[in-house]
Design a protein around this ligand. Structure first.
Ligand code: 5RP
Length: 237
């Protein structure tokens, strides 16, 4: 009779993607909390992982002053928890920006914008001293580009920008029915093997009509908290 083998239960092997998101969100809270005081304002990203972060952060709302939001959806969620939301223009000091990503490479260059909030995300990230990216393990890739690269575009420039993106080797697709918080449209660029993300970010941003693109490479994340079945791993740029 064969020996009884208990089912394989590697730590976290049964963790769902949602549980991994919650784990990295909690890890980000644990990382920033000791560094916050009652004057601190936290920059907060957009998306399902950022939502987990907001919910975890809200349990400590007395430990900091408030937040800057990277989207209307994030502002609403923060306010729903009773966290004061400040306009970025009124804030001079932002120690941390915490946000998810659609892809990250090992250098912490990111693709963002799956939730169409890329421009405000990039602005808040630019102001913050430390950008902490939180993501489940599926987001770490050897080369960026399997996830279509979002580009925010002024509506009247849509066709012009699309033609220029084709010249750069991509296949842009109009994201139907989506307007950004800034009133612009999104082109998702498929089939890009992004081996030089800084150069491509610059090239795309130079196209007239582009507001910005979802490559965060000129200003990558400083820290990536990655949720894996072995626990949360920390990667540094
Ligand atoms: C929104 C973003 C998000 O950070 C990105 O899409 C990841 O989202 P999620 O945490 O839901 O996977 O860039 O514009």
């Amino acid at each position: 009779m064969p020996a009884f083998r208990p089912p394989f239960r590697h730590f976290g092997a049964r963790m769902t993607q949602d549980q991994l998101k919650q784990a990295v969100a909690q890890a980000a809270v644990d990382f920033i909390l000791p560094k916050l005081d009652d004057k601190s304002i936290v920059g907060v990203g957009t998306g399902s992982t950022a939502n987990c972060f907001i919910d975890a952060l809200a349990k400590h709302k007395g430990a900091f002053d408030g937040a800057v939001a990277s989207s209307e959806a994030t502002a609403a969620r923060l306010k729903g928890h009773g966290i004061p939301v400040y306009e970025l223009n009124t804030v001079s000091d932002l120690e941390f920006y915490v946000d998810g990503a659609d892809e990250s490479d090992e250098h912490l260059n990111l693709i963002k914008g799956g939730g169409a909030a890329l421009t405000r995300e990039k602005i808040v990230a630019a102001v913050a001293k430390t950008f902490i990216c939180i993501a489940d393990a599926s987001k770490l890739v050897p080369v960026l580009g399997a996830f279509p690269l979002p580009v925010e575009v002024i509506p009247m420039a849509r066709s012009h920008v699309a033609r220029q993106l084709v010249k750069l080797g991509g296949d842009p697709v109009y994201r139907e029915g989506v307007l950004t918080d800034n009133g612009n449209i999104i082109l998702d660029v498929f089939n890009m093997q992004i081996t030089n993300p800084v150069e491509l970010e610059t090239q795309i941003n130079a196209i007239v009509g582009v507001v910005t693109n979802g490559l965060f490479a000129a200003r990558p994340a400083d820290l990536l908290l990655l949720g894996t079945s072995e626990g949360v791993k920390t990667l540094k740029a």
